[in-house]
Design a protein around this ligand. Structure first.
Ligand code: CA
Length: 219
């Protein structure tokens, strides 16, 4: 677990970093708010802890820019002023939690753990048909990694649940405009996909209906 901690008070930062690391949490600390923002938008963190009162950019400004970029990493705001106004602003800007200083490290660790256990807008990326298990995010079919086009084809085939998909429809869905009239594209990729399916050891097959299209058939 990797956490970004933006805090200008060096003494506090060192103590918190030390204590979090004792709990097995890797901490990248930024004392400077602009440096902190650069690190925050990298998207590599599991959680961010942002002090509100910072020179230059405030923690809330960092948070706002992070959220503007569509980064949904859980954020805990810290503030010495345990004022309701700060808390409300922080939460309105998309913070997930708020901790008033002074706090105990154990409390911070508990909040981090609670946030990371809470699934962040989980979308089930697994779709199935017969013995096929396709992960749309990872683009894996029963553990085998697919190319983007293979993934596009199998995803469309699974979504119609065994119904026939006309070739033109599949072409337009997977290739968009770029393969108009290029029927061969699909044959080439279909044969690669079948090879991958054999490699994955699945029994379900893609059947070709000549001149009509394709469909999945359970073994
Ligand atoms: Ca501060």
């Amino acid at each position: 677990m990797r956490v970004l901690y933006v805090e200008d008070e060096k003494f506090l930062a060192d103590a918190v970093k030390h204590n979090l690391e004792k709990q097995g949490i890797d901490v990248d600390h930024a004392a400077d708010s602009e440096e902190g923002l650069d690190m925050a938008v990298s998207g590599i963190y599991d959680c961010m802890i942002l002090d509100i009162m910072l020179p230059k950019l405030s923690g809330i400004e960092i948070l706002e820019r992070v959220r503007e970029k569509g980064i949904s990493t859980p954020v805990i705001m810290l503030s010495a002023l345990s004022e309701v106004e700060d808390k409300v602003r922080g939460l309105n800007s998309g913070a997930d939690d708020y901790l008033a200083k002074p706090f105990k490290t154990a409390e911070l660790v508990a909040r981090i753990n609670a946030l990371l256990r809470r699934p962040a807008a989980v979308k089930d990326s697994i779709i199935k048909f017969g013995d096929l298990v396709f992960d749309e995010d990872q683009k894996t079919l029963n553990g085998e990694t697919l190319t983007a086009k293979e993934a596009g084809i199998i995803s469309e085939l699974i979504k119609v649940n065994g119904k026939l998909i006309p070739k033109e429809f599949l072409l337009s869905k997977v290739w968009g405009g770029e393969a108009y009239g290029e029927d061969n594209y699909i044959e080439v990729y279909m044969s690669r996909l079948r090879k991958t399916m054999r490699k994955a050891g699945v029994k379900t097959q893609v059947k070709t209906s000549r001149g009509l299209g394709y469909k999945l058939v359970e073994a």
